[in-house]
Ligand binder design. Structure first.
Ligand code: GRF
Length: 190
């Protein structure tokens, strides 16, 4: 059984989806959720799901204090970012090379980078009159949203699609492709 740990900063709907998806199978389990925001919805979800959650602050993140040790003790096969807003540190990337995945709500390499998260992304896409939008799962490197792309899925934006409609479409795609992309990637690692 492979072990996944999830880092999230917000509502955590993707984190919950991953917990439920992998609980239904035999390949992997989400064994812990890490969160940088003590008021994030993901913490209530973790409690409800019975998954241990660890909250940390900027200082912990910078120094690795407590986090690195906790992560190491869990021996994760993969680290999964699901709506995690802080840059993932080089220190941890070196400890887990090619073992950190992220999901981004746009068709990278477009609409990525610092500050491009949540509604900022979708507004930028709508304001640019793009015909397509979508989701990318990628490996994480030292830069926001720039690692190797593992999976993408797009949809055509319909005339009159509001921000809410777009967000709902994106989430539906995320719930579908993130667990699958993780499952596929797990098969490629020893
Ligand atoms: C998702 O759209 C994900 O792609 C992005 O942040 C959002 C997180 O949503 N990285 P949630 O917290 O999983 O509900």
């Amino acid at each position: 059984m492979k072990k996944l740990i999830v880092f999230a900063s917000g509502s955590g709907s993707n984190a919950e989806n991953l917990v439920r998806y992998f609980e239904a199978g035999k390949q992997a389990r989400v064994v812990a959720i890490f969160c940088n925001n003590p008021t994030a919805g993901v913490l209530q979800r973790a409690e409800k799901l019975g998954i241990p959650a660890y909250v940390f602050n900027k200082e912990d993140w910078k120094t690795g204090n407590f986090i690195d040790e906790k992560v190491a003790s869990l021996q994760p096969d993969l680290i999964i970012l699901a709506g995690f807003l802080w840059l993932f540190p080089t220190r941890l990337l070196h400890l887990y090379p090619n073992r950190v995945l992220n999901i981004h709500p746009a068709l990278l390499p477009k609409y990525g980078g610092k500050g491009m998260y949540g509604d900022h992304v979708h507004r930028a896409v709508l304001n640019s009159n793009e015909t397509n939008h979508g989701v990318t799962v990628h490996l994480v490197n030292e830069h926001f949203d720039e690692g190797e792309i593992l999976k993408q899925e797009s949809f055509e934006i319909q005339t009159g699609d509001t921000l809410d409609v777009i967000v709902a479409k994106i989430h539906a795609i995320e719930f579908d492709i993130y667990p699958k992309a993780i499952e596929e990637y797990l098969k490629t690692i020893v």
